[in-house]
Design a protein around this ligand. Structure first.
Ligand code: SF4
Length: 205
């Protein structure tokens, strides 16, 4: 379809290479299998191979591991991390799982209701969050140590309908530190460091 290999034998070789790069080795075992003959993790690897065959510079992976068993998630995340190095591919990894963000990301952008509200390096965002929404998200990441207790910020209400975005700061109906002015002014992105920015009126100097 993409005309990347007019010759049939060449196409076959490209498919085999992509399958093997996606961890399905040897490729011959998998070439003629139907989807129901593959596990969930193997099916996800086939999807990644289908992207690899086009030799992309960027892969946009939207919740790539959310439907997988926890035991297989690490394998697929490791595979994507490896492809960044071996094939020099940039990965835009969309997820609700902040735990995997800490493991995988170089840079993190946090979105609320269709807008980026904080962006920075992984350490800046996860260790020093500045937007109240990011702080709430990070406060509820499970910590596998019962001795480590920290305050959990539980947001009230539901995310509003995206076709009816609240006035001012779109996060104000749920923000635990909102002020009156937040109902009227949409906060700009405030630079905090060269690489870290957040959209909150409390940060405007
Ligand atoms: S601008 Fe106001 S409502 Fe928005 S995040 Fe900051 S404090 Fe909360």
């Amino acid at each position: 379809m993409h005309g990347i290999a007019p010759d049939k034998a060449e196409r076959g070789e490209k498919v085999k290479k992509a399958l093997e790069d996606a961890g399905l080795k040897p490729a011959e075992i998998y070439l003629n299998r139907y989807p129901h003959e593959l596990s969930g993790g193997q099916r996800q690897r086939v999807v990644i191979a289908a992207a690899l065959v086009l030799e992309p510079e960027i892969i946009l992976a939207d919740e790539p591991v959310s439907m997988l068993d926890v035991s297989i998630r690490a394998e697929v995340i490791n595979l994507l991390a490896e492809l960044r190095i071996t094939r020099r591919i940039a990965v835009i990894f969309i997820t609700h799982d902040l735990g995997s963000v800490g493991f995988f990301a170089d840079r993190v952008a946090v979105m609320y209701l269709g807008r980026i509200v904080e962006v920075g390096t992984m350490l800046e965002v996860l260790e020093n969050p500045q937007h109240p929404y990011t702080r709430a998200l990070i406060s509820v990441i499970p910590v596998p140590n019962p001795r480590l207790r920290h305050e959990r910020i539980i947001l009230q209400g539901e995310t509003p309908n995206p076709i009816s975005v609240p006035s001012g700061c779109r996060f104000h109906p749920r923000c635990p530190v909102a002020l009156e002015m937040c109902k009227a002014s949409d906060p700009p992105m405030v630079p905090l460091t060269k690489t870290h920015q957040a959209a909150c009126l409390l940060l405007v100097k």
